[in-house]
Design a protein around this ligand. Structure first.
Ligand SMILES: Nc1ncnc2c1ncn2[C@@H]1O[C@H](COP(=O)(O)OP(=O)(O)OP(=O)(O)O)[C@@H](O)[C@H]1O
Ligand SMILES: Cc1ncc(COP(=O)(O)O)c(N)n1
Length: 277
């Protein structure tokens, strides 16, 4: 019997050490039970200690990959990760405007955990004007949210205001990730299309093995939406999954190690859902 597995797509960069980018996305898709296709916009020579070299894919090759996928597969949700430069953002935006890939999850990857810049300043402007208005959900971490909203974040009130400013750029839903803050708990903030909002609270794992957490949560949300979850349920489940992958860590590399994508989600991994913090 042929199984009707949902098909999803990631448009992102390759990380040679397998922890972030397309590799993290495909492992996450497999763990959620969806079929993952991939359009590679950049190759990175990278490991858990940093990014050593980047080589961008030509816009025509990006277009060709997207066309090959759309001509054959039935994609029901798509995410983008590292996009790198203006020609890449423009090639992706042009295609997403025409193709029906379902929900679009935009992870505005700017800087790798090791500090390498993965997006040019001009490309940030292009993302704001061309991609944000196409997205169902954007998933900035705190430094990315500060750049996109043009405001500093020092407390929970700032997080809420920053998310609201980002939503006003034209995206329906905003997940502002709290991994970069300090404290014994992590707070992610979600502002939904209907104006409702909530926080997800979980205890912070004391580890530097967090390479690819942002890719993993956005890929898990993409998968859960393709499986039929509504946005709130998809985000809560994806948060539980990324939490499990950090908590049940593996010993790989000498720096910001990758996650354990084979970790199983159990009830104890679900975050607290709070209206106010
Ligand atoms: N030490 C930690 N313990 C528990 N949860 C964490 C930790 N660090 C990050 N997270 C969770 O991981 C998810 C990703 O958050 P984060 O802010 O790290 O994103 P990111 O910076 O985009 O990740 P990356 O750049 O590594 O891809 C969020 O749900 C966040 O709460
Ligand atoms: C190809 C690629 N995509 C995304 C990231 C961000 O992940 P992180 O911030 O954990 O380094 C990365 N390092 N490399």
């Amino acid at each position: 019997m042929v199984n009707k597995t949902p098909q999803v797509l990631t448009i992102a960069g390759m990380d040679s050490s397998g922890g972030a980018g397309v590799s993290a996305d495909l492992k996450t898709f497999a763990a959620q039970g969806v079929y993952g296709a991939n359009v590679i916009v950049a190759l990175t020579a990278q490991n858990t200690m940093g990014v050593q070299q980047v080589s961008m894919t030509s816009p025509s090759m990006i277009h060709a990959q997207l066309k090959s996928v759309v001509d054959d597969l039935k994609i029901s949700a798509v995410k983008s990760g590292m996009l790198g430069d203006v020609p890449t953002v423009e090639a992706v935006a042009e295609f997403l405007q025409q193709a029906d890939f379902g929900d679009y999850i935009l992870d505005p990857v700017m800087v790798a955990k090791g500090g390498a810049h993965l997006l040019s300043d001009e490309a940030i402007v292009a993302i704001k004007s061309s991609l944000i208005p196409l997205a169902t959900l954007i998933t900035p971490n705190m430094p990315e949210a500060e750049v996109l909203s043009g405001s500093n974040i020092t407390n929970h009130e700032d997080v809420m205001q920053s998310a609201s400013k980002i939503q006003q750029l034209g995206v329906e839903n905003v997940l502002l990730k709290g991994g970069h803050a300090s404290g014994k708990d992590v707070y992610d903030y979600i502002l939904l299309a209907d104006g409702s909002h909530f926080w997800l609270k979980s205890s912070r794992v004391d580890t530097i093995r967090t390479h690819g957490t942002g890719d993993t949560i956005s890929a898990a949300i993409t998968a859960r939406l393709a499986l039929g979850d509504d946005m709130k349920k998809a985000i809560i489940y994806a948060k539980a999954y990324v939490d499990a992958t950090i908590r049940e860590g593996i010993d790989v590399g000498h720096g910001h190690g990758p996650l354990n994508h084979q970790a199983r989600v159990a009830d104890r991994h679900f975050p607290e859902v709070l209206e106010n913090v």
